[in-house]
Write a protein that binds this ligand. Structure first.
Ligand code: ADP
Length: 253
């Protein structure tokens, strides 16, 4: 049930009555859960064919490269990049289904935080010609947690920083350690986020209006927040419209 209460005031602003109503939301909940099931089934079914298309594309790419056909190799490279985007999208949909069903699981790794940050930055730097990603600071700490999932959060921060700063070329990645926590922040000098939207960006399917020309479906930060929360960390953002944004997370080290 959903409860709504509204106070009614007299002329002296004293509450004279509280009007209330209840609404049965069982059918809405059922509909939402069916929608999640549907999303889960569809994304699961999409995964297998997309994985084989990727494998075939790579076989073709190698053949054309060996034969010296540069044009075909470049085109197949572009195809591969699009397949990667599709794979990431399907992965996000599957993650959301897992989160909603309480089935998102975490591995327990021990890993060097600085090494992870350097590797992810190098990987993402290769995907952009325009932006220069600068690393500042070191933690020299080992983190206990799911390395792949934490990598996923860093990738999400970095790809967002690139996407939402089309007219600037610098991204700053800062690592630090204090109070038994490692903190990573990713700063861009892009479009920024209005103050009243700052908390909503972590909600499922939420996108700030005005950014519709930039591709995305509003799941990355929702998944990132869940990953950090489940590993006893914290996540947040500071931003100024037109100046840029800094997304950060902290984790126990
Ligand atoms: P997506 O990028 O696919 O829309 P996200 O969940 O990663 O989904 O982000 C949610 C929303 O938060 C984005 O649609 C965008 O409006 C806003 N946002 C995220 N990162 C940034 C950023 N670095 N700068 C400005 N806005 C951002």
């Amino acid at each position: 049930y959903e409860y709504i209460f509204v106070p009614i005031f007299d002329n002296d602003k004293n509450v004279v009555l509280v009007a209330g109503s209840t609404r049965d939301i069982t059918s809405r909940k059922q509909f939402e859960s069916q929608k999640d099931d549907f999303m889960g089934i569809v994304s699961h079914e999409l995964k297998t064919p997309v994985t084989s298309i990727k494998a075939f594309t790579q076989v073709l790419q190698n053949r054309f490269a060996r034969a010296g056909d540069e044009k075909a190799t470049v085109l197949l490279g572009k195809m591969d990049a699009q397949i990667n985007k599709l794979t990431a999208l399907i992965g996000d949909l599957l993650d959301v289904t897992k989160i909603e069903g309480g089935k998102l699981q975490f591995n327990e790794d021990f890993f060097s935080f600085d090494e992870l940050v350097t590797n992810v930055v190098e990987e993402i730097q290769r995907t952009t010609n325009k932006h220069n990603i600068e690393i500042q600071g070191k933690t020299q700490k080992t983190v206990h947690g799911d390395k792949d999932r934490i990598e996923q959060v860093i990738i999400n921060f970095l790809t967002n920083a690139i996407k939402y700063s089309p007219h600037s070329d610098t991204i700053i990645v800062k690592s630090s350690y204090a109070n038994e926590q490692v903190t990573l922040s990713v700063q861009d000098f892009g479009v920024g986020i209005p103050p009243e939207r700052l908390q909503q960006v972590f909600e499922r399917f939420y996108r700030v209006s005005g950014n519709e020309t930039i591709p995305g479906i509003g799941l990355g930060l929702y998944i990132s927040a869940e990953i950090i929360r489940r590993q006893k960390g914290s996540i947040g953002v500071e931003s100024e419209p037109g100046k840029g944004s800094t997304f950060y997370f902290s984790l126990p080290a």
